[in-house]
Ligand binder design. Structure first.
Ligand code: XUL
Ligand code: CO
Length: 448
């Protein structure tokens, strides 16, 4: 293996030393947990934009990132050289997948024709290295938000030329998905929302967005692309209101336009928090609709209310996510855990890219181990079955099977006393439930 990074491969070191370094304590790809290997459950992916392009800027400061390919000054030469670094990082970490936006991997030309020509050269190199390493494309997507032409959106731009350009860009991006064997294709609605509702034709913009999605479905059929289409909800940033606000809003949109047969959801932890939800809530809502597609694994910061894209390290959250995944059987049909995350601005070395992925991978592996133990003991399954047990027979069963009317409920309830109704309820003992999760966390990881 080449040694462009001068680091790795990253070994499994187990629990020999509590100080986290360049080794995995929990993640063992071949270790079987709940009937599948860790690698099969977790399907980690590296996000090209954060890991290889992000300079670690913030609104008050320039980038601090130090990368081994910084010596390349020509943008096309840099783009081509960088691909080698990316595949070496995937293989040294033992990550099986990657994700990218079209504009992450290559610089733009003046026209789309020129841009596509540059892009295709880089795609050629990616295809060669996929072939050589076996690393697969979890998903790709279009960047329809960075360039000034997208100032008022892409598919929801009020300017028809911008809509047309966006569709043309999407077409080529779908061809790349086909060429590289993408398992999913993601739409994150960058600037698809509004700054101010007074100057916005909300209905017309959403109709346009739906047309855009339908065109993607039609073209995928035409070229035989069988990637799962995904929409990634986010409530705000960069616009003050994004149309794909959260899982529930996006599901309503998909059903309104009859697109729910062709799209599922890609859910992100930090986006869930921005919408005022837990990550687990968003996943549960998608599961309830049969629309869980994939996961962007990251976390926010309780003290800062913005999309910080931190690498996941909160074991309580990774446990809840992996519990949902275990209960579902997989992360959607072809989903994975994409680290849509960047190291902090103060973690600027190339080694920090490895360190931060190791932390994310270990945190999810640990979460999987804890969730598997909870699942094996059926702790929540039993608790929930008992909580809703009154719907298994009698009047509850008549409600669920549709045989009870309001008149039947009146006959049943008219003479129930306050005491009888209060006695029908049970304490949830929620504090003990939370402590039980803590106990599972500590015990399962002590045994791991
Ligand atoms: C933005 C975000 C995107 C999508 C892909 O917050 O999460 O990077 O994941 O466009
Ligand atoms: Co994301």
């Amino acid at each position: 293996m080449a040694d462009l990074w001068n680091i790795g491969p990253i070994p499994f070191v187990g629990k020999s030393d509590p100080r986290q370094g360049l080794g995995f304590r929990y993640y063992q790809p071949d270790r079987v947990v709940a009937g599948k290997s860790m690698a099969e459950w977790l399907r980690f992916a590296v996000a090209y934009w954060h890991t290889f392009d992000q300079r670690l800027v913030d609104p008050f400061g320039d980038g601090t990132a130090q990368r081994p390919y910084d010596r390349f000054t020509d943008p096309v030469e840099l783009a081509l050289a960088k691909v080698d670094y990316t595949f070496e990082l995937y293989t040294k970490l033992g990550v099986q997948f990657f994700c990218f936006h079209d504009r992450d991997i290559a610089p733009e030309g003046d026209t789309l024709r020129e841009t596509n020509a540059i892009l295709d050269k880089v795609v050629d190199r990616i295809a060669e290295l996929q072939q050589a390493t076996g690393v697969q494309l979890l998903w790709n997507t279009c960047n329809l938000f960075n360039n000034p032409r997208f100032v008022a959106g892409a598919a929801t731009s009020p300017y028809a030329d911008v809509f047309a350009y966006s569709g043309a860009q999407l077409k080529h991006s779908l061809e790349i998905a086909q060429r590289l064997g993408a398992q999913n294709y993601v739409f994150w609605g960058g600037r698809e929302g509004y700054e101010n509702v007074w100057n916005t034709d909300l209905k017309r913009e959403q109709d346009h967005q739906a047309r855009f999605f339908q065109m993607a479905v039609d073209y995928a059929h035409e070229i035989g692309l069988d990637a799962q289409f995904l929409i990634e909800p986010k409530p705000k940033e960069p616009t003050s209101h994004q149309y794909d606000f959260d899982a529930a809003t996006t599901i309503a949109f998909l059903k309104t336009y009859g697109l729910d047969g062709d799209f599922k959801l890609n859910l992100e932890g930090n986006h869930a928090n921005l919408a005022g939800h837990s990550y687990q809530h968003e996943i549960r809502v998608a599961r309830a609709a049969g629309l869980l597609g994939s996961l962007d694994a990251n976390q926010g910061d309780k003290l800062l209310g913005w999309d910080l894209d931190e690498f996941p390290s909160d074991l309580y959250e990774t446990t809840s996510v992996m519990w949902e995944v275990l209960d579902e059987g997989s992360i959607g049909p072809h989903g994975g855990l994409n680290f849509d995350a960047k190291p902090r601005r103060t973690s600027f070395t190339a080694e920090d890219l490895f360190r931060s992925h190791i932390v994310g991978m270990d945190s999810y592996a640990a979460g999987l181990l804890v969730a598997a133990k909870l699942h094996e003991d059926r702790y929540f399954e039993n608790l929930v079955a008992e909580r809703y047990g009154s719907f298994d027979s009698g009047i509850g069963a008549a409600v669920e099977d549709g045989s009870a009317s309001l008149a039947d409920l009146e006959t049943y309830a008219l003479d129930l006393t306050q005491r009888q109704l209060v006695d029908a309820t049970r304490s949830d003992h929620l504090e003990s439930v939370k402590a039980t999760i803590n106990n599972y966390l500590v015990d399962a990881l002590a045994e791991a």
